[in-house]
Design a binder for this molecule. Structure first.
Ligand code: DX5
Ligand code: ZN
Length: 222
């Protein structure tokens, strides 16, 4: 049964605290926070000050998904703001990927490595010992509401095998275009965490959307 990480990129930013509370109370497992810098990706979203101010609205672990160049420069700020997991991109310009991942752990957070759709997953293998969570992007990062790229699912069996070979139980998160259908495909393929913005935040009932993604809809009615 996959866990669910609603992405607040699809929230109403004028009432972000309330939105974080709403999805937390609807049964989410994590809060997924999309950080974009207008350089690594074309869009600009939020920074550590916003993470800090929404922190008080949820007890759930915060995943800060950094879609930014030189993530190593901002790790301490996102850690101090209340992130529990910090994800950095393999493709982002940075001094040294391994060193960035280690800096995340040193800052007291779990280290996530994110991989874009065109990047072969094998490129991430050499870093797996320094990774606590692997993020497989199922859209090209930059915007919410994009269409799921099914080809990325083929990455999951290979990486699972490599993790097993190394004796690791690193969870795999998938992010972008996740809905009831693509979420089922992703969890069938072995994804452990489904990040979903539009599908959860814009649905009539966040609880139903989350339960559907988890595959438990209809089994527990609250
Ligand atoms: C894409 C972001 C995703 C995205 C998810 O750049 O990393 O987290 O916003 O939103 P949906 O679920 O709407 O694709
Ligand atoms: Zn994301």
């Amino acid at each position: 049964m996959p866990e669910v990480a609603p992405s607040i990129l699809a929230a109403d930013f004028s009432k972000l605290g309330e939105e974080v509370r709403r999805v937390s109370e609807a049964g989410a497992d994590y809060i997924h926070i999309d950080v974009m810098d207008g350089v690594f990706v074309p869009n600009i979203t939020i920074g550590p000050a916003v993470v800090q101010s929404i922190r008080q609205h949820s007890k759930l672990p915060f995943i800060s998904h950094l879609m930014i160049s030189h993530p190593e420069r901002h790790i301490d700020a996102f850690a101090k703001a209340g992130s529990d997991i910090i994800e950095v991109h393999f493709e982002a310009e940075q001094d040294d990927v391994r060193e960035t991942l280690r800096a995340v752990r040193r800052a007291g957070c779990r280290a996530g490595l994110a991989v874009n759709p065109p990047t072969p997953i094998e490129d991430a293998f050499e870093y797996l010992d320094d990774v606590d969570l692997l993020l497989i992007m199922s859209v090209n990062p930059g915007f919410g509401g994009q269409k799921f790229i099914p080809d990325v699912l083929a990455k999951i069996p290979g990486v699972k095998q490599e993790l097993l070979r190394r004796g690791l139980r690193t969870p795999i998160e998938i992010d972008g275009g996740i809905n009831d259908k693509t979420g089922a495909m992703a969890s069938e393929a072995g994804a452990d965490i489904l990040a979903a913005g539009t599908y959860v935040l814009k649905s009539e009932s966040a609880r139903t959307a989350i339960e559907t993604l988890r595959g438990t809809s209809g089994q527990s009615k609250h």
